[in-house]
Ligand binder design. Structure first.
Ligand code: ZN
Length: 597
């Protein structure tokens, strides 16, 4: 397994806050981490899923048959089994009592003989009963693992005494059943340059994934199903569309101007989609643009990150590949991501070179999970679940975080995207390993200060963006509104206010994106105050003319050089969608729909 990357990169990075620029210092050689682990070999043989627990499991599985044999094979002639079982005890006893002299030896001998004769004296019905009980036990053990389907072959009759191991083996597949069969069915890695057609969805029932609840366990089912409703606001009846959105918009503090800005932004994003269905941070590569818009990003390698980031604002506005004005754009974007996914026993990786790396994967995982949650399109089920599996695999097994390379010691910035993806996955009824969530909490604990009101980057600290990410993550992971540290943290963010200066054209959109969500969930006066400034500043700074119309660009943040206008536009749009984009996921019950312990 590709454990190698852990810690092979420079641990100490300059301050956090900023996104895509961070990875820069770590170089690109590390692609072996995910790339290596993500090679599509041996796909069919694995149980995949979370990846990491698998190898150890398989190792403990294989010895089983050998251990099992003695107990399974001997009992044939009934009495003999008991006799042979008793015999091995004798030498031990003899050795133990050797020091006691011949007398002791003499005393020792009779028991074995008397045991034998006693055995002969036993009534046949008793022997028969014992034999049949043993037989039944063996049969039971043989039969019980049956439902574990394909993994069965590896579980060959564990010895009856190994009850604990048996339970372990039986639990394991429960978490992962769904994952394996999809992996088995995927053999072809599609050509990224050829975007295949999505299957036609004439039959809504057929398109809906039948969720197999027994694979989840009740405790894993989210208490609210609100994410699905985001689709229905715009998806099922035309009447329901504008209505639901309008209500949420007004209730949350949005207005017509903010909605107009979102509409223009989506138009700009759609116009800068590439012919292959993806997006690139160098938006000038788009045929319709060809440099008409300024400020292209310099990070041209991170196709996945750019595509995931461009898709999120569409999804946030209720635009899916099934519904809405931009369904063709969304469809081609999703297909692009699916075709780029590297499948392996560790899951489906959208890790990529350049500076995207695990950022790319987290962002794309959110897009896939949201699209799946909103449409329940069977086609997206597998990629979404595999993306979650890869997140679980890529988690630092020690500290619980995520960073540029899979299994590297974490940083708060990369962690934020993965946690958001896990939350979307959870609400989409995808399987999120509880251990992954617990370890993510452990990571947050390790970088917090002020009892959890503030967060650092890779160590305890109190950066602005990292604090916003940490607090939003805490909300996602179940902190109640009453938590004192949360209240202090929110107040802290409120005191900082939105980081945007329309006059100077500067902003930190990374911080704004997370902090806006935190304040939005907090609601009340602090939100109202935040919202007015954030909303109106964005409306004011949106490009008003030329090909740039509908987009944003700010300086003052390293990430904007790398990811350019596309990045600024995606982040600004999602901020203006906060009134309805996150309501289904986080607001009301959803925020409190905790992961299972
Ligand atoms: Zn342009």
């Amino acid at each position: 397994m590709a454990d190698t990357p852990s810690g092979n990169k420079s641990e100490k990075q300059p301050p956090p806050d900023l996104n895509l620029d961070k990875p820069s210092s770590a170089g690109t050689g590390g692609s072996k981490g995910a790339g290596g682990g993500a090679k599509p070999g041996g796909v069919s043989s694995s149980r995949s899923s979370t990846g990491k627990p698998q190898a150890p499991k398989a190792a403990t599985d294989s010895p089983e048959p050998a251990k099992a044999k003695p107990s399974a094979g001997t009992p044939k002639p009934g009495g003999q089994a008991v006799a042979s079982a008793a015999r091995p005890a004798q030498p031990a006893k003899a050795v133990a009592s050797a020091g006691a002299g011949p007398q002791a030896m003499a005393e020792e001998a009779p028991p074995s003989r008397s045991f034998g004769s006693l055995f002969l004296l036993l009534p046949s019905w008793l022997i028969s009963m014992v034999f049949h009980m043993v037989l039944l036990l063996i049969l039971a053990i043989w039969v019980i693992p049956e439902p574990d389907r394909s993994g069965l072959s590896r579980i060959v009759v564990p010895p009856p005494t190994k009850v604990e191991e048996l339970e372990e083996i039986r639990e394991e597949p429960l978490e992962q059943i769904n994952v394996e069969s999809p992996v088995d069915t995927v053999v072809i890695a599609p050509d990224p340059t050829q975007v295949p057609e999505l299957p036609k969805s004439d039959d809504l029932d057929a398109a809906t994934v039948k969720v197999d609840l027994e694979n989840f366990g009740l405790q894993q089912v989210p208490r609210s199903d609100l994410l699905a409703h985001r689709g229905t606001f715009f998806g099922s009846g035309l009447e329901g569309r504008g209505k639901g959105k309008g209500q949420l918009l007004r209730a949350g503090g949005g207005n017509e101007a903010s909605e107009l800005a979102v509409a223009k932004a989506l138009k700009w994003l759609a116009e800068h989609q590439m012919p292959n269905g993806g997006w690139n941070f160098n938006h000038a590569m788009a045929p319709s643009c060809q440099g008409k818009c300024r400020n292209p990003g310099t990070e041209t390698e991170a196709w996945n990150a750019a595509t995931g980031l461009a898709l999120l604002p569409f999804l946030g506005a209720g635009q899916t590949h099934r519904e809405g004005k931009y369904k063709e754009n969304v469809k081609r974007g999703l297909m692009f991501l699916v075709s780029r996914m590297q499948r392996s026993p560790q899951g489906g990786s959208l890790y990529e070179g350049g500076r995207g790396r695990m950022y790319s994967h987290g962002i794309c995982a959110i897009a896939l999970c949201e699209a799946y949650a909103m449409t329940k399109d069977k086609y997206l089920y597998e990629p979404a679940q595999l993306a979650v599996n890869f997140i679980a695999y890529a988690q630092d097994p020690v500290g619980g975080g995520w960073r540029y390379e899979p299994r590297q010691k974490g940083d708060t910035s990369v962690v934020g995207w993965q946690i958001m993806a896990l939350k979307s996955a959870h609400l989409a009824y995808l399987q999120v390993p509880p251990i992954t969530v617990r370890k993510a909490v452990q990571f947050l604990d390790s970088v917090q200060t002020n009892s959890g009101a503030n967060y650092g980057y890779t160590d305890p600290g109190a950066g602005a963006a990292t604090t916003a990410i940490g607090l939003l993550s805490r909300m996602m992971l179940g902190w109640k509104r009453e938590t004192p540290a949360l209240e202090r943290g929110v107040q802290w963010l409120s005191n900082h206010g939105p980081n945007i200066n329309p006059g100077a054209g500067t902003a930190n959109m990374y911080y704004n994106y997370y902090a806006t969500q935190v304040l939005r969930h907090w609601e009340g006066e602090l939100w109202d105050k935040w919202n007015v400034k954030m909303r109106d500043s964005l409306i004011q700074t949106q490009a008003k003319q030329g090909h740039e119309e509908g987009s944003w660009f700010f300086t003052g943040e390293h990430g904007t050089e790398l990811a350019g206008r596309l990045y600024c536009t995606a982040m600004a749009t999602m901020i203006l969608e906060v009134y309805y984009r996150h309501m289904p996921i986080y607001r009301a019950h959803a925020v409190e729909a905790q992961f299972p312990e």
